[in-house]
Design a protein around this ligand. Sequence first.
Ligand SMILES: Cc1cc2nc3c(=O)[nH]c(=O)nc-3n(C[C@H](O)[C@H](O)[C@H](O)COP(=O)(O)OP(=O)(O)OC[C@H]3O[C@@H](n4cnc5c(N)ncnc54)[C@H](O)[C@@H]3O)c2cc1C
Length: 499
Amino acid sequence: MNILYDERVDGALPRVDKAALLAELRERLPSLDILHREEDLKPYECDGLSAYRTTPMLVVLPERIEQVEALLKLCHRRQVPVVARGAGTGLSGGALPLEQGILLVMARFNKILEVNPEGRFARVQPGVRNLAISQAAAPFGLYYAPDPSSQIACSIGGNVAENAGGVHCLKYGLTVHNLLKVEILSVEGERLTLGSDALDSPGFDLLALFSGSEGMLGIVTEVTVKLLPKPQMAKVLLASFDSVEKAGRAVGEIIAAGVIPGGLEMMDNLAIRAAEDFIHAGYPVEAEAILLCELNGVEADVHDDCERVRRVLEQAGATEVRQARDEAERARFWAGRKNAFPAVGRLSPDYYCMDGTIPRRELPGVLRGIAELSAEYGLRVANVFHAGDGNMHPLILFDANRPGELERAEALGGKILELCVAVGGSITGEHGVGREKINQMCAQFDADELTLFHAVKAAFDPERLLNPGKNIPTLHRCAEFGAMHVHHGRLPFPELERF
Ligand SMILES: Cc1cc2nc3c(=O)[nH]c(=O)nc-3n(C[C@H](O)[C@H](O)[C@H](O)COP(=O)(O)OP(=O)(O)OC[C@H]3O[C@@H](n4cnc5c(N)ncnc54)[C@H](O)[C@@H]3O)c2cc1C
């Protein structure tokens, strides 16, 4: 396998004869909805990362698995690349289409097939919205724990492909920890089952490997998720701080005190003001930072934990600690947080959302570093993030109409991610690598590790037809980017030209 240079990833894709492909699709799959006119294709040119846009060659909207199966077989035979798309809320360009490829939209697979309270699982189609699973499980006192802030819109297929996280993942784990089984179609259109209905299955854990694989290993056609009983009680504390660093330090101290909150989120002043203006959550707009800490479980434990966390917060320098008085106030506190991204969107024509993860103890230093970088690049940064997981979401505010601002925002984002890597963190917490962070993968992984990733990809998809050009950089790209990870002082592939 030649991974030094990959034309599917780094260069022009082999040309596809659009007219011939369209004719064959119509002949073999007459019931399949196919979009092919420019004006119909435009709405699909980007996902949530709208700075990157490509008009797809064709968009298909299947409704039956047999159609997806036949489509994949046909594309494989004709060597046509396929990019899967769920709800298109991804923030790293994972569902960014290809000019020379088909965009396979899975949104019409939106049926909940089974909610099983005895087995505490739900079997759903991939286009089902994340929140719809908890809504369907609610009559049984159950819910699906991973709750991305986009849960009202994003699909479970997209969640599996991105290994999505959310406010409650600190306590209950990411998507991968809440899956039992996924049905997939391989690049050749073969049906495969990963995982099982039992808690464990023998052999390699392909289900874990598949989670977060960003549509590069197969197409999700059905998902079986674990359901949890709704906690008896949930209380939220809102703590205000006069510095982001103090708030950052308090996060580690809460966990060190032996409490695992249901959610532990942080917002800085810019984010607080934006959310308050938008949602009227009752946030203290003068605070430099707030922490929202949810304690949940059985009644006696929740009361004890609230008292313990209140003491920790006060010792950590909180200027005020408020407990939501009732369910309505608790919902308001969370509504502010969950709507913080669109709220920040009102402050500036554009924003760029980063997604790095760091060890919790590094929060104060990294927040300081972000403030310094923000001043250096002359762009405002709002911080609103899953603090308990150390999963940062700096939102870089810019105006794409001002020449050079997008490039400056991208450069600042890259620096922030490198800062995360430098303190032992990672370039993504939950939004995936997609197209956006492919260069930073070169800083995170060395040549041997990237070679292994390519080998895994090749085991599932040797011709690299599924979502090519995303997630795993070629070594050639890393050399070009000038950020190849140098291991023990040895520069890998010294024969490659550096730019
Ligand atoms: C306001 C906002 C807040 C957000 N908050 C969070 C958050 O708190 N936590 C979080 O994790 N993310 C968050 N996100 C990001 C995004 O919602 C998640 O990444 C989500 O999992 C994407 O789901 P989707 O259905 O929109 O997938 P898409 O964006 O359509 O696709 C995402 C990736 O999944 C692949 N894919 C989609 N469907 C399939 C399938 N059936 N089979 C194989 N591959 C598939 C695509 O190829 C692509 O690589 C947020 C986004 C927004 C806009």
